[in-house]
Each structure stands twice: as C-alpha cells, then as structure tokens.
Design a protein around this ligand. Sequence first.
Ligand SMILES: [Ca+2]
Ligand SMILES: [Ca+2]
Length: 364
Amino acid sequence: MRQITSQWNHFGRHKGVALVTVLLIVFLATVAATAMVSRQFMDVRHTTNIINVEQGYIALFAWEELAKRTLLMDTNNVDSFTRQDTWAMVDSINIDNQMMKTRLLSVIPKVGEFTVLEVQIEDLQGRFNLNNLAISGTSIHADRFARLLTLRGLPPELSSQTIDWVDADGSRVAADGADDDVYLTLDPPYLAANRQMTSASELMHLYNLRELSEEVGARRNQVGAMYGSIQNEGQPGVDIALTALPEETGINVNTVASPLVLQMIVPDLSDENARELYREISNRGRRNPYESVDEFLSDSRVNGQNKKNISERLVVSSDYFMLKIEAGNGRMKIYLNSILHRTGQGAGRTVQVIQRSFTKWGEI
Ligand SMILES: [Ca+2]
Ligand SMILES: [Ca+2]
C-alpha cells in the first residue's frame, strides 16, 4: 500500500513539472506575441507620423507659395503698404477685426488633412533692423536704437555692445562696448559675430545679456519680447520693435509694429500720443496710407519735432515680410516662419524665401 502511494506521488510530481513547463511555454509565447504586436503597433504609429510630417511640410510650402502670390498681387497694384493690405488682413498682433480674420482663414485651402489654424504676414520693415547698426557713416540708426533701449529702461551699453557684435573689427567701438577682446577673456571664450546678424536672437550672446542670473534674466525677457521670442501675455505685440534683415532698411511709417516703434522714431512722443497715432495708422484704410514720409511728418503729434532728423531712413513701402503659420490635422500641429523678400520692379517683381524655421515662435 505504501509502495502504491509512493508511485502515485512520483507520478504526481512528474505531472506538476509538465504543467509548469506548459505554463512557462504559454507565458513565453504570450510575451513574444505581445512584443510582436506592440512592435507592429509602434511601426504603424512611426509610419503614420512620418506620413503626417511629410504631408505637413507639403501643406506648409503650398501655403507659403500662396502667401508669396498674395504679396505679388499687392506689390503689382500699389506702391505703399498698410496693415489693411490683403496680406495684412490677418495679424495676430492687431486682431481687432475678427470677421476679417475668419474670412481669410476660410479661403485658405485645406492641403491633405491639414488646415491653417492661424496665419499672419507681418511687414518686417515696421521694426528696427539691427543690422543697420553695421552701417557706418550715419548716426540715425544708433540714435534710434539707443532711444529704444532708454524707452524700455534697458542699459545704454547694450547699444555699443550690439554695434560691436555686428561691426567687422574685433575691438570696442566705445569704452562700454564688447568685442572679441572682451569675449576672448570669458570662460568659455568666444568671438563676436563681426558680421550681420542672421537672427535678432543673437542679442542673447551680448556681454551684458549672456548670463542666466535672475537679474539678467529679466533683461533678457525684455529684449526677447522686442523681437517676438517671448509673448507678453496681457498685451501681445506691445514690445515688438526689432528684427534682423540682410541689408540696410528704412522703417515703413505705414506699418510700424508697435507704439514703441513710433516713440523710437519721434523723440518725446508721449505714451498716449504714440498709442493714439499707432491705432490711427493701424486703422487707415487701404486707400488712405501715407503716400509720402512728409505726410506722416505733417501729423500734429509729430509736427514741431526736428523733422530733418526724424525723416531720415523712413519709407512708405516695404520689401521684407514675415509669414507665420500654425496648422494642424487634429492629431498634430505644425509651424512655419518664413522671411519673404520682394525684389525687382514691375513685371519682373518676384518674392523669394530667404529664411525659414519650423518653431512655434519665430525668433527673427
Ligand atoms: Ca566686431
Ligand atoms: Ca567693434
């Protein structure tokens, strides 16, 4: 009897081992199958993402082409530019006319599954071009930039340091400047650009803006808001005043980017007058832009100033524009910032893209 029990126990142990082995195999098979399904799912997602991104780029370039043609239509019709021109109908800095915005968005075609969520074409000549500071022989640009810094309570030495950043030599333009001789003493050492800026964000490398301390951080934010990398939540666009363009450019009085730009052009223009004049310029109809700089100078708020000094390097037409697009297909969002340059005259006029980035906020 004891022998039979022992045999049964022996048989039971074997059965237990077989069961565990079967369970182990089932477990391993399940793990392998799950891994395969998961891998397949990842592959499908990966492929979908690649298709989405490629479709997105195609859509962005199609809309960019549309913007170029819109700009050409305008340049063929009129010689002056206002914020009420076709291209400027959508302007997230000045979106008083919501209906206009909706209308323009509705005529921009869908490309694939992508639709435009936000579009803006801004006249970059409504801002101060930092590369003007590399032009020698005129003091008007340096004067305007210094005034801009004063208006925002920024340290005046940033003016000399910006000039040194873009001028060709490696030595300081003034005692409070900073050129190669200063940057080479830093740890790690670096050189000033000593050529035109390709982006206004190069300002962040200036000697007095390079640190990430709390005090300098506030200053960096103020400067960032002036070229648009930081959005002022309460009043977006109120500080917009700076850009970097590849040649000397005048400021278009029909498309000044903010009241701040007007105060930079016209010394002693009060905050209230600047806001009022900016609002008027923004609302001037397409048929009523300033035809000449003299017409702008005849405004009573500008009148009385030293007109000769003010009028220098002011214009009523523009050749540089920034296109900003935010688009989506319900699953992802894509962004485009392009600088468009108009060249040539009459029938030979063309619009070319001279710079592109795909970030949310273009630091241009
Ligand atoms: Ca230099
Ligand atoms: Ca220098």
